[in-house]
Structures are given as C-alpha cells and as structure tokens.
Write a protein that binds this ligand. Structure first.
Ligand code: NAP
Length: 324
C-alpha cells in the first residue's frame, strides 16, 4: 500500500557566438531555429539534469541552477552549461543569478521551473513547518524565479515552463501537502499565461507522473531526519510497509529523458499547449483524466444551472473544437 503511496506521489535570438550544432534535429514542429539561453532550476538530478543536458547537447546555452558545489562543478564541466548557485528559496541567490544572466549578454529565452520537493504526510498530523518547506520550493520558488526573470523574458518574448505533476490534478492519501503545492502551480500557470500573453511570453506546465529521479530517495532522507517513527500516528497501519520507507528507489520508472523531450515541445513549438501530461503507464493517465471528470461532475451536480448529459457533451465538443 505504501509502495502505492510514493509511486503515485511521484506520480531572441542570441549573439552569433553560440554554436548552432544539431538544432535541426530538434523536431519539425518546433521554432527551435537558433540557439537560445535557458535557465533550468533544480538541474542537479532527475528531470532538471536531463533537460539541461538535452538542451546543451543541441547547442542551446543553459544556466543550470544547483545548490551543492559538487553539482555546480559537474554541470560546469558540460559544454554549453554554466552552473549558477540557485536555491529557489533564497532571494539573494536569485538576485545574483539574474545579475549573472544579464552580465552574460546572451539574453534569456526561457526559464524552466523544475526544482521540486515532496514529503508525504497525513494532513491532520502534518507540521506547519513541513507544509512551509514544500510550498517554499514548489510554489514560492517558481513565483520568485518568474518574477525575477520576467523583464528578461519580456525582452525576448520568451517562454516559461513549469514542471507540475499529475498530483496537480488528482490527489491520494498522504499526498496532500505535495498535491496542494502542485495544484497551486496549476493556478499559477493559468494566471501567469493570461498576464504574460500581452508580452507574447508563452507559459506552459508539464505534468509528469512517475519517473526515475532522486525524489524518492530525497523524501526518504527527509523522513529519516524526522525519525521515521510513526508509532504515535493515527495512521500507523497506513505507514507500515510504505514503500518510501524502504529507501525511495524509483529505478523501475521511466527515465527523465522523456520529460526533457516533452519540455522541448513547450519550449519550441510555435504554439505551445498550456498543459502537457507525460506518464509511463495507462493507469496514471486514466486516473488523472477521471479525477478531472469527477471534479466537473461534482461541481455540476445540484446547482442552479446544471447541465444534463447532452449539455455536458455539447460543452465537451465545443471545448474540443477550441483545442484545434
Ligand atoms: N519523479 C517523479 O515521478 C515526478 C513526478 C511528477 C512531478 N515531478 C516533479 O519533477 C520536478 C523534478 O523532480 P525530480 O523527480 O527530478 O526529483 P529530484 O531528482 O529530487 O530533483 C529535484 C531537484 O530540485 C532541486 N531542489 C530541491 N530543493 C531546492 C531548492 N530549495 N532550490 C533549488 N533547487 C532545489 C534538487 O536539488 P538538490 O540536489 O540540491 O536537492 C534537485 O535538483 C519536481 O518539480 C517534481 O515535483 C517528479
């Protein structure tokens, strides 16, 4: 059962000095015609690392955010990557990163708000400090980064890509804190997209579900720091045998490269979609779609302007037509 809990939890052009290698390979539906400068947060591991490496390998210039010196050094050693010390909860580091990007005189085409953390907990036993920790990274992080780099993105008529999660659409037992943060990121994305449209800055959210990264191990380590003791929990039985408690290994999941490929669409398609879901199995896709449908039906039920079945189908058809 606990295995289930964590698995679902995871559920401008630029100066000519940049190399133009391999950009032609980057997909025929893309506006990826010249090298761009792109900032990726949380590039030390998982999807952030895969996104940074994939962009750099194709000749883009990546400002790769990381926190630990070892990660900064490793990223700096990769062609077309300049690492920047960037904890998304530290305004001083964000300001310094803006200065670094400005001084590089490359402009900035896009930011990828990828950094994220998780911590499973039953809501009635969740400590406020833990909720603060999750929101500080997953919600306030993208807000701070986007606000700080917005002038550069407006100059370049660039892109914002947020890494959400299918947990931003559905939720499960113990998923509450993470899911609340990812739901908030969905709303952030929608409002930002509307507000940035007048500057021709396009905003998307990529919602993955279940891929291999360090997130499971990081969650395990966080729980370990907190003592891994659930004897006094009202949910002791639910914690017992929880998969995350055995270390948070996600190596059986799809690789983070698929997330990087989806981020490409949001970065380089001429008309990027607002949302991209990327999951490794039909069960996750099904659960996510059903969660959305259920929410719609719950809202529709027993209200003054309820739609009957035909009305709902008509609405669906009208919205499908708008997608084209
Ligand atoms: N893996 C999945 O199944 C899954 C599913 C849905 C969504 N996601 C989302 O995908 C994104 C990337 O996660 P991942 O799975 O690749 O996990 P990961 O391997 O744990 O990577 C998380 C990244 O965020 C960084 N980070 C954490 N706190 C930070 C902070 N305060 N400031 C800046 N960076 C910070 C980490 O840096 P350090 O190494 O320094 O800690 C690391 O680079 C997250 O937004 C996550 O919610 C993941």
């Amino acid at each position: 059962m606990v295995r289930f809990v964590l698995i679902t939890f995871l559920s401008m052009a630029l100066p000519g000095s940049l190399p133009t290698v391999a950009l032609a390979e980057a997909g025929s539906d893309s506006a990826e015609t010249s090298p761009k400068a792109i900032l990726v947060t949380g590039a030390s591991s998982g999807s952030g690392r895969a996104i940074a490496e994939s962009l750099a390998a194709r000749g883009h210039f990546v400002f790769a955010g990381a926190r630990k010196q070892k990660d900064l050094d490793e990223l700096n050693a990769i062609d077309n990557i300049q690492s920047v010390r960037l904890d998304v909860t530290v305004q001083g580091e964000i300001d310094a990163a803006v200065k670094t990007v400005r001084e590089s005189e490359r402009g900035l085409y896009a930011i990828v708000n990828n950094a994220g953390v998780g911590l499973p907990a039953p809501l009635i036993e969740l400590e406020e400090a833990d909720l603060d920790f999750i929101f500080d990274v997953n919600v306030y992080g993208p807000y701070r980064i986007t606000r700080a780099f917005a002038p550069l993105l407006i100059e370049s008529r660039g892109r914002v890509v947020n890494i959400g999660s299918i947990a931003g659409v559905q939720t499960r037992t113990f998923y509450g804190p993470y899911s609340m943060s990812k739901h908030a990121l969905e709303a952030f994305t929608d409002a930002l997209a509307m507000e940035m449209a007048k500057f021709d800055v396009k905003v998307s959210i990529v919602d993955p579900g279940g891929f291999n990264s360090n997130i499971g191990k990081n969650i395990y380590n966080r729980l370990k720091e907190k003592g891994l003791n659930f004897d006094d929990s009202l949910y002791r039985e639910e914690w017992e045998g929880n998969w995350v408690l055995s270390g948070g290994d996600l190596s059986g999941m799809m690789g983070p490269e698929v997330i990087a490929a989806t981020v490409d669409k949001a970065l380089f398609s001429e008309n990027p979609r607002r949302r991209y879901m990327i999951v490794g199995d039909p069960g996750r896709a099904d659960a996510t779609m059903r969660a959305l449908l259920r929410r719609m039906l719950e809202l529709n039920e027993d209200q003054a302007y309820t739609y009957d079945r035909e009305g709902l189908i008509r609405l669906l058809d009208e919205e499908i037509a708008k997608m084209d």
